[in-house]
Design a protein around this ligand. Structure first.
Ligand SMILES: Cc1cc2nc3c(=O)[nH]c(=O)nc-3n(C[C@H](O)[C@H](O)[C@H](O)COP(=O)(O)OP(=O)(O)OC[C@H]3O[C@@H](n4cnc5c(N)ncnc54)[C@H](O)[C@@H]3O)c2cc1C
Length: 324
């Protein structure tokens, strides 16, 4: 257990003053990560309202405490040493159907708070007979995390439907930005560089046949159930992005990994899922060091034997910034 310094106590008091609820200390990040890996965070808070998020980030800025906003932890590998600073879990949920916009009378905007589970957004569309997000069915995590990484599947991604997002900047300023601002790419957005927090998003859906929407969702869920690890498996989805080949077409990272024998690879408690070589998982007692060593080994095999450079999709959050 870390001993609190005077500066820590000052931050705890400042936080309480700004948020109205106490920040926690020493929370095990493994409990907030799909990988079930990660040491203690100096400070941890689960925000249930936008006011709490704002207040918490305000306090962190004023006290010069490093802060990172997370969603469900389904795409993060936390450090064995935890996190020096504040981990802010966004649990601000809410969904609202809006009137058709003048420019797109056939569309129906849906507004979602960033801490809303992505699954709830997909189901909300289906329940209201609105099509457009079925391909996201089965992707865990929150709406905010999905915007950050431009979540997608089956050749489609969230950015196709996103109209705007309301952001909270590092300086505490809030603004609404439309799709173009985000420089969306394959599992990429500008947010990875700006450090802005997503508060609220609007996606534009289209009225469709409710039974067909439901069928499509079930089809996608069925596809995943047959190929991906079962829901209880401690993993963070695909570990590597699919590299783009010389012809501009994506090459499945899983097939490259399979060719270099990844399915038999393991380091300590970290192993490769037998059904899909791009899923690294914690088979029990894995450390972040195990996962990183396994990923390094696989990456090196693909580079030396196939001449392809893999890039991580899962985000490794260091306890202290590199070089810090
Ligand atoms: C079994 C399984 C299958 C998966 N399949 C897919 C798939 O098909 N396609 C796909 O794209 N992903 C997939 N994923 C990965 C993951 O579910 C997505 O990346 C998801 O969008 C992450 O959301 P999250 O809320 O869990 O984010 P977290 O893991 O909590 O965070 C991820 C990153 O987003 C940032 N972030 C989170 N919320 C905010 C916010 N409000 N504002 C700013 N930044 C924020 C965090 O700081 C962090 O850097 C899968 C994961 C699993 C476990």
């Amino acid at each position: 257990m870390r001993v609190m310094s005077g500066a820590d106590s000052d931050f705890v008091a400042l936080f309480l003053g700004k948020v109205g609820r106490s920040v926690q200390s020493g929370v095990r990040l493994a409990d907030h990560s799909y990988f079930r890996i990660g040491g203690p965070a100096d400070f941890f808070f689960e925000a249930g309202t936008v006011g709490e998020l704002r207040g918490a980030l305000d306090a962190a800025r004023e006290a010069a405490v490093r802060a990172v906003v997370i969603g469900a932890g389904s795409n993060i590998l936390f450090d064995d040493a935890g996190f020096r600073g504040l981990i802010l879990k966004n649990a601000v949920r809410g969904l609202r159907l809006e009137s058709p916009p003048p420019g797109a009378p056939d569309g129906r905007p849906v507004e979602a708070s960033a801490g809303t589970p992505l699954r709830d957004l997909v189901e909300f569309g289906a329940a209201n007979g609105l099509a457009g997000l079925e391909f996201l069915a089965g992707i865990p995590g929150t709406v905010g995390g999905a915007v950050f990484g431009n979540a997608g599947a089956f050749g489609r991604c969230l950015s196709e439907s996103l109209e705007w997002a309301h952001l909270l900047g590092r300086d505490g300023a809030e603004r609404r930005e439309t799709r173009d601002y985000f420089d969306f790419g394959y599992r990429d957005s500008k947010l990875k560089r700006t450090g802005e927090t997503v508060l609220l998003v609007s996606v534009l859906l289209t009225p469709g046949n409710p039974a067909s929407i439901r069928d499509l969702i079930d089809e996608y869920l069925g596809y995943r159930a047959a190929r991906h690890p079962s829901p209880g498996t401690a993993c963070a989805g695909s570990y590597f992005k699919n590299p783009i080949g010389p012809d501009g077409v994506k090459i499945p990272a899983g097939s490259l990994l399979e060719r270099v024998g990844a399915k038999d690879a393991s380091v300590g408690g970290a192993a490769v899922f037998h059904g899909h070589a791009n899923f690294l998982y914690n088979r029990g007692g894995a450390t972040a060091a195990d996962v990183l060593a396994l990923a390094r080994d696989l990456k090196e095999r693909v580079r030396t034997r196939l001449g392809v450079a893999l890039e991580e999709e899962v985000i490794f959050l260091r306890a202290v910034p590199e070089g810090g």
